[in-house]
Design a protein around this ligand. Structure first.
Ligand code: APR
Ligand code: ZN
Length: 373
């Protein structure tokens, strides 16, 4: 039986998100249907609204969700009704070159599921029966979603609130993974994190977990800098208009950073991240910039200073390994999740959740779904 579900959609770029009742079809082969418990409101969802991530509307938002499996399609053996699962916004086929070398975040299948399920079709329809795209193979900002098994990870959520579980599937994975998986920050390192939002706060946590001796949080929003300290930043810096941020940060760090993380989504900020490095330092692009955004570097800084400029997609996630690993750190008291959740919303309040995100009012806002049973 198809499901009727309230869902948050982009109908028009740069207009408020709309909440509609959609129809979610039953799972086909290798798919499953979940009832959502919680879904984080990530800046990447906002980037679909603004067109920074150019996905043609209408799109069902949401890629940071947790839910319970309510139906499984033919051939599904690794999941059962009642399992708690997180969405993964990259599809993991398990057999392509990238999955085979342990880099499923680069899976070839993911490119086929940017606005649909991996087979190029959707299970989501509006009131007139017209198909609705889904964000990154997920579309989990909805009471119900049907996903392909390659976009789903089973977790043990015992002792972890749904809103905390949800954040693991994007913001925590992306930020923490950028520090731990991609940069592989060593004990004693000097780190600078640009942007102390849902992703950047987790990059800070990742640097702290790795034993960084100095972690500078950079954000124009004072409230975010206060949060950053609670997540492990040893120093904070609010960029002043007209000031050379890279120079100021090289001074503050006593000669430059070993690692700098761009968690905003701007080429101009990536230039600052690269510019604040010391010799042999690494700048990591974590944020999602507009497709035409660019950065330029002087070639000599790559050669004579042996700097590295790299990217971290989804924190270099191996979701089936890293989601349980992150939850394990939380359960052991070594990683903060509760403090990330600064506001809870109903699905009807999704437009307000996006306003609050755009205005910088939250570490993370989360949409909560009451039990439908
Ligand atoms: N320098 C430093 N920080 C900045 C700047 C800047 N020039 N401009 C904005 N910021 C800060 C904001 O004040 C905010 O605290 O960046 C932070 C972004 O946080 P969120 O809006 O919570 O975004 P988040 O979900 O963390 O995503 C950050 O990662 O996954 C991507 O698409 C996502 O590009 C986005 C980035
Ligand atoms: Zn996200």
């Amino acid at each position: 039986m198809p499901y009727q579900a309230r869902a948050a959609l982009v109908r028009e770029n740069n207009a408020p998100v709309v909440v509609e009742t959609i129809t979610v079809a039953d799972p086909r082969r290798d798919e499953l249907t979940i009832e959502l418990q919680a879904c984080g409101v990530c800046h990447s969802d906002l980037s679909v609204v603004t067109g920074t991530l150019p996905l043609p509307p209408p799109v069902v938002l949401g890629h940071e969700g947790v839910g319970k499996v309510v139906a499984i399609g033919e051939g599904v053996t690794d999941f059962a009704v009642g399992d708690t699962v997180l969405s993964s916004f990259v599809s993991m086929c398990g057999t392509c070159r990238w999955c085979s070398i342990g880099r499923p975040e680069l899976c070839n299948l993911a490119a086929k599921s940017v606005t649909t399920l991996p087979d190029g079709t959707v299970r989501t329809f509006d009131a007139e029966g017209k198909p609705l795209s889904i964000f990154s193979g997920c579309g989990v900002m909805a009471e119900v979603a049907t996903l392909h098994v390659s976009n789903v990870v089973k977790i043990d959520a015992t002792g972890v609130a749904p809103e905390c579980c949800a954040l693991v599937s994007c913001g925590v994975m992306t930020g923490f993974g950028a520090a731990v998986n991609t940069a592989k920050v060593e004990p004693g390192s000097v780190c600078v994190v640009f942007g102390a939002g849902g992703v950047g706060l987790n990059a800070i946590q990742g640097c702290a977990t790795s034993g960084a001796s100095m972690i500078v949080a950079v954000d124009p929003n004072d409230a975010k800098l206060t949060l950053a300290k609670a997540f492990g930043a040893t120093h904070v810096y609010a960029p002043a208009p007209g000031e050379d941020a890279a120079k100021a940060l090289r001074k503050l760090t006593g000669g430059g950073a070993d690692y700098a993380f761009e968690c905003v989504g701007l080429g101009s900020v990536l230039a600052q991240a690269y510019g604040c490095l010391r010799k042999a330092g690494t700048a990591v692009m974590v944020g999602v910039a507009r497709p035409d955004d660019q950065v330029s570097v002087r070639c000599g800084t790559l050669l004579f200073e042996e700097k590295t400029l790299t990217g971290s997609l989804y924190g270099g996630a191996r979701p089936r390994v890293d989601f349980p690993r992150i939850l394990g750190l939380y359960k052991a008291g070594k990683l903060k999740l509760d403090e990330l959740v600064t506001q809870r919303y109903t699905i009807e309040e999704a437009p307000k959740a996006f306003d609050d995100l755009a205005a910088g009012r939250n570490a993370r806002g989360v949409i909560m779904f009451p039990n439908r049973a």
